[in-house]
Design a protein around this ligand. Sequence first.
Ligand code: NIG
Ligand code: FE
Length: 431
Amino acid sequence: MYEAEIVLRHAGQLLTVPPSATGGAPDDVGLIEDGALAIAEGRVLWVGPTAELERHVKVTGDTGQYDLHGRVVTPGLVDPHTHLVFAGAREREFALRAAGRPYLEILAEGGGILSTVRATRAATEDELVRLALPRLQRFLTYGVTTVEAKSGYGLSLEHELKILRATYRVGELHPVRVVPTFLGAHAVPAEFRDRKAAYVRHLVDEMLPAVAGERLAEFCDIFVDDGVFSLADARKVLGRAKELGLRPRMHAGQFNDHGGPQLAARLGAASADHLEHVSPAGIRAMAKGGVVAVLLPGAALSLGQTPPDARRFTEAGVRVALATDLNPGTSMTENLPLMMTLGIAQLKLTPEQALRGVTDHAAAALGRSGRVGTLAIGAAADVAVFDVGDWRRLAYHFGVPHAEMVLIEGEVVWTRDRIRKVAPRRGSRKG
Ligand code: NIG
Ligand code: FE
């Protein structure tokens, strides 16, 4: 019998979320009532009903023990699409767009993404680290333990490297796991205005090899849409990225369908994201290629767009993930559970699908199904404890943080301080 380092007992509902990589069904959240979890060496050692815990694992005087008094336990949540590292803010544009100015028009006039590029270029690497850390901390208070983080507000070799180095540093400084993506193809920078082909060459010949050489990113993304990058650009950028060992992903169909999902499938992309506009052929290609659909209801909300109908994907056998898309332009939020709310109320996901969307399917979008976003035995012991009695309340009571305690790789990294360790107690040996 293995010895547990930490045990959690009496979770009113414990959701294991069986990984899709090993056959977990799209609606299965693996609900255990009065559940318990045992952890050793940063991984899930055992999970099951509390009554059976000690038949399976050894609990000694050294085991950290917590009584959860009926709270809900899920895998630490996974956000598979954020623009975590940036400087500046764009409150003015938010109001302009609400008054009817189109997003791509603001960008074409040098605002939008390009205004954040100016602010981010002006910031030092240290400043970017300082700005990103509180964002990660807010993620943690919503129960999020893994976030993807894109560059894309530098748009030059120097500034993209600065952002990616800052991204690496925040991941080292903060317990939340950060998965870096290179998004040099986020917009055409001002100095390449009207010379997009030259910028694409620069991306392919200079920037990508440098990013890959420093091992600063695991994925490469591109924004394919009207007036930004074309499918032909994506073929060049993502094709080169793949040769250099970066796995492709794509901003596709946010405003118009350019056939991005089909290319994503052909390239073996981990995900295609946004997808407000996507053809039946695009969805079929994603299903066949195992490309995860990352839907971003916060961006659709902030842009006043009609959100995509997630059933088009789920019914075709495409795994749907949900992400905040945290960025200063279209989705200024770290509230991933709120994306579950929008996913259910607007995208027509079931609560089960919404939970999988921020756990296993989000992990799959990051090539990590079975490793994070699940409490299957052997997975990273990333655990969120929520102060609710029914897990669906995470989405139902929206807009506020419900997390009470969060563990990452078996370490308690955050707590609201209402859950006390019941053993071992300090000084208990001498009574
Ligand atoms: O995912 N659409 C492109 N990128 C971001 C927005 C970036 C910005 O406006 O700063 C998105 O919505
Ligand atoms: Fe985005």
